[in-house]
Design a protein around this ligand. Structure first.
Ligand SMILES: C[C@H](O)[C@H](O)[C@@H](O)[C@@H](O)C(=O)O
Ligand SMILES: [Mg+2]
Length: 401
């Protein structure tokens, strides 16, 4: 029986953005940005076949959910928390459904609690919003455990296997990322198949410009955000290979395992095929791994099931010699990546509007959120995930019990 205090209360909050101060979007729902931000500037998506939804992903609702903040308070008053994407619907699931499996329980029962959260919601969950909510609770639980045990999460996961993390940067300016010391730059793809041959030419011209700006050795990647079909993705890969594209990311629908299997077979030798940020649970990643869909899996720890599930996902990938490089999720992935041999580098999402300076990924929600310096970061040796919630943000608890 653990000597830890019991879980007293689980609380789920959303962040009410009123456009002022700390409440101007961003945070865990990092796509919730204002006009003029690179992350919402004519980026190729599955909705690009509708011209009215081509310029801005906010126009079709990429930021409709907002941030979910989960707090878990123990009997002794210690509070663990985490942020992820989910907003009010996820808050409803946390308060009305998931909380019952935590309150009154021993916080060290992470496996049993995860199992109950997943299988009690399986009839309406399994992926997407419900697993985001489960992930948020799981991350907050690991944060609470770290605070109670006075240990960083990475220490509870087996300890660091390297002194510091090395990052590539995602953003529209790989040339700036190179200047800032990152090992590579992942560019958003701007033109989808609906824009035809001209769009393909524009995509390749952007790559060529960045290759010329960054030199031959700097990693350059395309992030295709589920926007392509197999033929377009295969053509793009072969043309981009001539300019040294290192990987083509999330080219197809997350459900098209067969398409990824074919893309990986047809891709040029030396081109990496990656995906996974919109996949969830060990079962989803088993499909990607056993069907040999990709060379790198990229789960988001705030969306795939949390740390407890990522342990299983990462081990499956390791056994198959597949790298596990999580989708950018700030401290929540850093604490995991630093402990895994098959996670030799990490993603940093450039959240400055011009993608030209390093700002905290989940700004303004996490006090003490570490950022890479010269493309590297030593994970702080502080309890839990080592950050505090910014109490200046306008928290709202829509389903208070
Ligand atoms: C840059 C991409 O379009 C997404 O916005 C990004 O969040 C994600 O795909 C990534 O890999 O960082
Ligand atoms: Mg991506």
């Amino acid at each position: 029986m653990s000597r830890l205090p019991k879980i007293k209360h689980v609380r789920a909050f959303v962040v009410k953005n009123d456009g002022t101060g700390a409440n101007q979007g961003g945070g865990a729902d990092y796509h919730d940005q204002g006009d003029g931000h690179w992350i919402d500037d004519h980026i190729a998506t599955p909705m690009a076949k509708y011209p009215e939804y081509r310029q801005s992903r906010r126009s079709f609702g990429i930021n409709v959910l907002g941030t979910l903040v989960v707090e878990i308070e123990a009997d002794n008053g210690v509070v663990g928390f985490a942020v992820t994407t989910g907003g009010e619907p996820a808050a409803y699931i946390v308060e009305k459904h998931l909380a019952r499996f935590l309150e009154g329980r021993d916080p060290s029962e992470v496996e049993k609690i995860w199992d109950q959260m997943y299988f009690s919601t399986q009839y309406y969950g399994r992926k997407g919003l419900v697993v985001n909510a489960i992930s948020g609770v799981d991350l907050a639980l690991w944060d609470l455990l770290g605070r109670l045990r006075q240990e960083p999460v990475f220490a509870m996961l087996g300890g660091a296997v390297r002194d510091e993390l090395t990052f590539y940067a995602t953003g529209a300016r790989p040339d700036k990322a190179k200047e800032l010391g990152f090992i590579g730059g992942k560019m958003p793809l701007h033109h989808a198949p609906a824009e035809g041959e001209e769009g393909l030419r524009k995509n390749l011209a952007e790559l060529e410009a960045m290759r010329n700006a960054c030199g031959d050795d700097f990693w350059l990647m395309f992030d295709c955000w589920m926007a392509l079909d197999l033929n377009y993705a295969t053509r793009l890969a072969h043309e981009a290979h001539k300019m040294g594209l290192k990987w083509i990311e999330e080219a197809l629908s997350p459900d098209d395992y067969w398409g990824y299997q074919a893309l990986k077979k047809n891709a040029p030798k030396g081109m990496l095929v990656t995906t996974g940020e919109h996949e969830a649970t060990r079962w989803g990643f088993r499909m990607l791994l056993e069907m040999e869909c990709c060379d790198i899996i990229q789960p988001d720890v705030g969306w795939c099931g949390g740390v407890t599930e990522l342990i299983k996902i990462s081990a499956m990938a390791d056994a198959k010699g597949v790298l596990m490089i999580p989708h950018g999720s700030s401290v929540y992935s850093y604490h995991f990546v630093v402990t895994r041999h098959n996670s030799p580098f990490a993603e940093f999402l450039m959240m400055a509007p011009g993608a030209d300076e390093v700002v905290p990924m989940f700004h303004p929600q996490l006090i003490g959120e570490p950022v890479p310096v010269n493309g590297k970061l030593k994970v702080p040796d502080a309890p839990g995930f080592g950050v505090e919630l910014n109490r200046d943000i306008a928290l709202h608890r829509p389903y208070a019990r």
